[in-house]
Design a protein around this ligand. Structure first.
Ligand SMILES: Cc1cc2nc3c(=O)[nH]c(=O)nc-3n(C[C@H](O)[C@H](O)[C@H](O)COP(=O)(O)OP(=O)(O)OC[C@H]3O[C@@H](n4cnc5c(N)ncnc54)[C@H](O)[C@@H]3O)c2cc1C
Length: 391
């Protein structure tokens, strides 16, 4: 049963997790249910995990062939709306950009002291390589346009998350830095969230809970009957470089032969003048908190080496200003879980499992979470993200 308008006064919605999914939920809840009290509880800081360390690449139609298609299209449009409302270009580097798939061959190239060297002489540039003149075009085998100003865009995720949280706070939401350790249940409803904050244990009473804990979502198995809530432990690495010369707004998905192996870095020049590269995923145990996630040096060095090889003129010999890692929130079946949990926890909404598309899909997810709590029909059908599969 959805609460009536007169109930809203006494409503207290608690959101657990201050990644993009949590903050977008907070923002849309404050807009759709303005009389409800909203508290977001975050263990480390806003955007402490993937939401602060990911690429921030947005695509209108790249998810069309899978379950995320409609959510992604809605979210791409909401990103444009949010950017207009919150001055995204200024506050979080929102912009439209061109996107390329690049095949490159550096089999005979090495990086010595940050400079690319090679035994063989340069190859001839292929047709189309002139479109990406900041790369070593003599090594580019193929270029394919995969996005343009109507279908691809980007944000700087940490700035995006903080801006959206600030907007939610301006609408009345409260932020508590603390770790949720459990839920108090009575008659199949959560009536309080157990929190450790400032070294003290306390209960925060609530009428509704949103669980948006990203890769830490499996903690909820200890709190609620969710035996099938299982997540993969996938860590991915990234580096941020300051180029020697300005780099055009071209996102690159690169497939490159390096020595005897291959690398597939994603390269995102940002409007703040930096260049972000990510890739190099591995399976390691998820640490207890976002603050404890560390990168593997070899992995970040491989990314830096890719940057030096790809663009000796702009990125050669540059040192990273950030080397970092974060975990992808991935449920074992690869699909997000978005929706109410039903009997046993009837006032809990789950929003997790956005894998490598969480920045793109955060506004639409936040909106549907708010719609569910407001008793409205969700703007995007949620059958593909059904939470029953976690029970
Ligand atoms: C390298 C990399 C690149 C990526 N690039 C892109 C991209 O270009 N485009 C895109 O759309 N997506 C991208 N993604 C995916 C995207 O970053 C994630 O899907 C998204 O950030 C997940 O957001 P989230 O809010 O679910 O989780 P998170 O960002 O992980 O946030 C979860 C938060 O919950 C908090 N938390 C957990 N448990 C508790 C607790 N008990 N109490 C209090 N707080 C708690 C954590 O501290 C954390 O801050 C990328 C991911 C990676 C790893």
């Amino acid at each position: 049963m959805s609460p009536s308008a007169s109930d809203e006064q006494g409503r207290h919605i608690v959101i657990v997790g201050g990644g993009v999914i949590g903050v977008c939920s907070a923002y849309y809840i404050t807009r759709l249910i303005p009389d409800a009290k909203v508290t977001l509880i975050e263990g480390t800081e806003i955007a402490a995990a993937a939401s602060g360390k990911s690429g921030g690449f947005l695509a209108l139609d790249w998810c069309d062939s899978g379950p995320l298609g409609k959510l992604a299209r809605k979210s791409f449009a909401l990103h444009a709306e949010l950017a207009a409302e919150l001055d995204g270009p200024r506050h979080y580097d929102y912009r439209l950009l061109d996107t390329w798939q690049i095949e490159a061959d550096f089999e005979d190239r090495e990086v010595v002291d940050g400079k690319a060297t090679g035994r063989k002489g340069p190859k001839r540039a292929v047709k189309g390589a002139e479109a990406v003149p900041w790369l070593d075009t003599t090594r580019v085998l193929q270029t394919t346009v995969t996005g343009n100003h109507s279908s691809t865009a980007q944000v700087t995720p940490a700035k995006f998350a903080r801006t959206v949280m600030k907007a939610a706070q301006a609408n009345g939401a409260k932020l508590v830095i603390g770790t949720v350790r459990g839920l108090r249940l009575e008659n199949g409803r959560v009536h309080a969230v157990k929190v450790i904050s400032d070294g003290r244990r306390r209960d925060i009473s609530c009428t509704d809970v949103v669980l948006a804990m990203g890769p830490w979502s499996a903690q909820a198995k200890e709190w609620l009957p969710l035996p099938n809530l299982n997540m993969l432990d996938t860590r991915a690495h990234s580096v941020v470089l300051l180029p020697k010369e300005p780099v055009p707004a071209q996102a690159l998905f690169v497939n490159m032969k390096v020595g005897t192996g291959y690398a597939e870095p994603e390269v995102y020049p940002r409007s703040d003048g930096t260049v972000y590269l990510c890739g190099e995923a591995d399976e390691v145990k998820l640490p207890p908190t976002a603050a404890q996630v560390e990168p593997a040096d070899e992995a970040t060095q491989r990314l830096v080496r890719c940057a030096h090889l790809l663009s000796p003129t702009h990125l050669g010999n540059t040192k990273p200003i950030r080397e970092q890692a974060c975990f992808l929130p991935t449920l074992v079946d690869g699909r997000p879980a978005i929706g109410k949990l039903g009997p046993g926890a009837s006032n809990v909404v789950m929003a997790t499992g956005h894998t490598c598309w969480g920045i793109l899909n955060s506004p639409a997810t936040g909106l549907v979470v708010a719609e569910l709590l407001a008793g409205l029909e969700p703007s995007v059908g949620l059958s593909k993200f059904d939470t029953k599969r976690l029970l």
